[in-house]
Design a protein around this ligand. Structure first.
Ligand code: AMP
Ligand code: MG
Length: 521
């Protein structure tokens, strides 16, 4: 039998919605509502992560997969637990959207194991008071995308929520994937995801928007007590430090995104974790051609608010909303503004620091910002595969800059493009790079070793996830398993997996699910 060390805190210490009715409504003066997961029609376990099962203290070899399935499909509720959905609001695409909440996420419980707190959450386990006009369910394709990507991100060293299991519910779910009036039935699925906490910026915003300072304070105090105990006892100073801490963590998170070429796609404030974790894997995508203007999210096609190049600025905008949400507890603007100003001044520097690592530069030089900016410009000017480019760049020899283009050749989508002006631009940049490398006392070999630790060889390219989805939809999970294992070691050479170190194939260029993703999930 599955026995967990249950240590519920969020639902024990914070005010609950007294209404037990699972109808859609505005929930006031409460941080969550109790709900029961929907009983799945005919659940089956597709995949689980042995590592994450162990992380919560389950000996996966001793436990029957049937038992995992019951709990992580929502069929059975663990004894001594009361599942719940959180109340939060959010700014979506720049506008206040009011109450959102866990419309299709149900928190099972919090578990303590090996000194860590894990909140367990089922995504797609049925409706809650926050489901608004939707069904509370999730489909296989979006569940595979979340399952694979959150684990891939972890192994890339990016702060993220984790994934424990992927199940099919055996129920069908109706989705209009392209929002073009052609709904179809798809397989229903549930991911059990895990994080120290799922509290979002939007959890704070909702109370401030309603003038409910009492519940806001309860939530802020709770957050500090359990997740930022180093900030000391709740006080004005501690709330200010909370913003600073969240700003620092969010900056770190987004710089990792920029480093690996991850585009979140829906950076609404309800999708921003207070712990600086990447959360809510929806229409995200991976940069293939290096392009600051790229977003995978078709819903954002017009304004491209959440494109790759603006992600750090959007974090700042979101932090401003969090600052506004915390303001009633602090009643002073200046210290909050100072934190935001600092973020604004820091993120360009953080970008150069991050790029220095990608370029294998170990010292700081005043001109590095220009070296980086020139590279970004020339990378954009020719369709260049980001992952292949940086991985290959590690083979550059500082005494042979003339070989630079040849070394990264494989990264270009159309070699014919690299002619004339662009060719000159590239050659010039390699010259500057070689000169810059000569200012450091690091051998080419040593530099390669360092670069290979920050420039992944394998990422979850958009078409790879789609191939995994297509075969899983046919009932073949071998590719899912292959990708899951591949992405556990993204910086390793894994020569037998070389076929995944390749540019996006041409068929995937404009294919739904590969280059275009809707929010439908
Ligand atoms: P997202 O953009 O996926 O982060 O979702 C925004 C809001 O819509 C959140 O409150 C979600 O819980 C809710 N939501 C998204 N999909 C569904 C669904 N299928 N059923 C109910 N609520 C949903
Ligand atoms: Mg969300």
């Amino acid at each position: 039998m599955i026995q967990l060390k249950i240590k519920d805190k969020f639902s024990i210490e914070l005010p609950a919605d007294p209404d037990m009715d699972n109808s859609r409504r505005q929930v006031l003066e409460a941080c969550f509502s109790y709900v029961t997961p929907k009983k799945p029609g005919n659940p089956s376990l597709i995949h689980f992560s042995p590592e994450m099962v162990q992380a919560i203290g389950i000996d996966y070899k001793a436990v029957k997969s049937m038992e995992l399935l019951k709990i992580f499909s929502g069929e059975e509720v663990l004894s001594n637990t009361r599942p719940y959905a959180m109340c939060y609001g959010g700014h979506q695409f720049g506008s206040w959207a009011g109450q959102l909440g866990d419309g299709r996420a149900i928190n099972l419980c919090e578990v303590e194991h090996n000194g860590k707190n894990w909140a367990l959450q089922l995504k797609g386990a049925g409706e809650t008071p926050y489901s608004r006009s939707a069904d509370g369910l999730a489909v296989l394709r979006s569940s595979i995308r979340e399952y694979l990507c959150s684990e891939a991100m972890f192994h890339l060293g990016v702060p993220t929520t984790r994934a424990l299991s992927l199940v099919l519910t055996g129920d069908e779910v109706l989705r209009d994937m392209l929002y073009d009036g052609h709904p179809e039935y798809e397989k229903g699925a549930i991911v059990c995801r895990m994080a120290e906490s799922f509290i979002r910026f939007g959890n704070f915003e909702i109370f401030t928007s309603r003038g409910d300072t009492k519940t806001l304070k309860a939530l802020a105090d709770f957050t500090i007590r359990h997740h930022f105990p180093q900030l000391g006892r709740p006080s004005k100073e501690a709330y200010i430090k909370l913003l600073k801490e969240v700003a620092d963590r969010s900056l770190e998170m987004v710089m990792h995104w920029q480093r690996v070429g991850f585009v979140h796609g829906v950076m609404n404030t309800d999708n921003m974790s207070i712990l600086g974790l990447t959360i809510d894997y929806g229409p995200y995508g991976w940069l293939e051609g290096y392009d600051h203007g790229w977003t995978p999210n078709t819903t954002d096609r017009q304004f491209k608010r959440y494109r790759y190049g603006t992600q750090p600025q959007i974090v700042l905008w979101n932090l401003l909303q969090l600052a506004n949400a915390l303001h009633p507890l602090i009643e002073e603007s200046e210290p909050l503004e100072a934190i935001l100003r600092e973020f604004r001044d820091n993120y360009p520097k953080a970008n150069v620091t991050m790029m220095r690592k990608k370029l294998g530069l170990q010292t700081k030089e005043a001109d590095d910002a220009k070296v980086v900016a020139d590279l970004e410009a020339v990378l954009q000017a020719s369709e260049t595969d980001m992952t292949i480019f940086f991985r290959k760049l590690a083979n550059f020899a500082k005494n042979r800059p003339e070989e630079g283009l040849k070394i990264v050749e494989e990264a270009f989508y159309t070699l014919e493009e690299i002619e004339g002006g662009i060719k000159n631009q590239w050659e010039q940049w390699f010259g500057v790079y070689a000169d810059r490398l000569k200012m450091e006392d690091v051998s080419d070999k040593q530099r390669k070793m360092e670069m290979d630790k920050v420039n992944p060889k394998y990422v979850l390219r958009n078409y790879m996830a789609q191939l995994g989805i297509d075969s899983a939809d046919e009932g073949d999970y071998s590719l899912l398993e292959e990708l899951f294992n591949l992405l556990k070691d993204p910086y390793g050479e894994q020569p037998e997996m070389e076929k995944w170190f390749a540019k996006r194939p041409d068929w995937a260029r404009h294919k739904v699910g590969c280059s275009m993703l809707s929010c439908s999930s």
